[in-house]
Design a protein around this ligand. Sequence first.
Ligand SMILES: [Zn+2]
Ligand SMILES: [Zn+2]
Ligand SMILES: [Zn+2]
Length: 457
Amino acid sequence: MRHLPAVDQDVIRLAGDPLFPRLLEQITATGGCAHPVHLTGHTTTRNATTGEILHHYDTRTEPGERLLVRCRNRRASVCPPCSRLHAGDTFHLVRAGLTGGKTIPQQIRERPRLFATLTAPSFGPVHRTTAHRERCHPRRNAGACQHGAPLSCTAAHAETDPHVGQPLCPACYDYTGHVLWHAHAGQLWDRFTRATRRHLATTAGLPQSHFPRHARLSFAKVAEYQRRAAVHVHAVIRLDGPDGPHTPPPPWGTADALTTAVQTAARSAAVRTPYSPALGELTLQWGAQLDARPLRATVDDGNGLADDAVAAYVAKYVTKSATDTSAGADHRLRTLDDINALPATPHARTLMHTCWRLGSLPELEPLRLRAWAHTLGYRGHILTKSRAYSTTYTALRTERAHHQRGPLPDNPDGDTEAQWRYVGSGHTPGATLLAAGIAEDITRNRDIARAEAPVAT
Ligand SMILES: [Zn+2]
Ligand SMILES: [Zn+2]
Ligand SMILES: [Zn+2]
């Protein structure tokens, strides 16, 4: 057996274990998770009055005396099966806020709802993909910058061109501005939502402080790294009555009023950075490129396609990590050597170096730029939503667990006692191979089921 590769030897070892079928069951239950968490422990449910044991589970009889549970990582580059599940949950979460369902009433379809994209401002020209014989940055007699780099580019770049997203002149590019903008993007979003409420109140002739008595603004937003490694934000923004999804907005709360308020707020929102002797004080704003589109209620045509498309669009982004756009890494960077060892573009690497350099300034300490060098200074979650927008990931997971397990035996008065301990994570090389195969089978079966499903009419 020694001449076999280590993976094969490990598969043979696992298959020889009498508990192998149960191991396969466990891996299947995690959907073929690539980095499962290992737990030991037990749970016992007793009848509260008689003390009779209604349900008992103990990991002592399991393979390796442990239970595997999903890692739940959202990134496809870390765990494809869990990232697919997370994308599905995000889809339902965003969709519920658009069309109702999961405790959200269907009337929200009639509410003013927008799909908006807010971008980062320009920190210097970068090479861009071009359509239909367009050129990258065609400027006649543009000459060169002070570093001798040409200020024009007459190339037509394809999507796969490694130049795309890289600055025309790295020395001219405002790396400090880019990193500080990322570090304040969350605050800028906050200012933006407050300004939107303020503009709506003004339109209605209300004092700002009265806004919450009349209406409520809800959103779900997802951050995406563009090719220039700057984050932009896609958001679903909805206007309800004062109690959220269950109350209609006041008559002045129209889709047009919301669109105007969002546009005005995106232009006016600003954050000033803390004063730094080295950098001075910067005023950070959104980029001029802004897209805000009302989502029409699709009750008439009955298929809700527009809403589903938006939800799917948002869900797609949560599975991506900073690495997918060759911007950043999906793990923390602890030293300068970590940054230098990454397979990153020169542009992304300079952004990480900038995080490292600025991270040493005492006045910027609260931004924790070194800890967030792997995301280029951006500290936000990939998906964030306001409380009233729709359901939560936790609620969706509970619902799924209930659905898979079925309701527990008839024990409304049961007392459950449980004790769990973390004992490790990951797979052996052989189990990795098995998990990947199981994940592939699950995906294939799902695709087949989808292809054979009757078309909804
Ligand atoms: Zn996983
Ligand atoms: Zn170019
Ligand atoms: Zn230059």
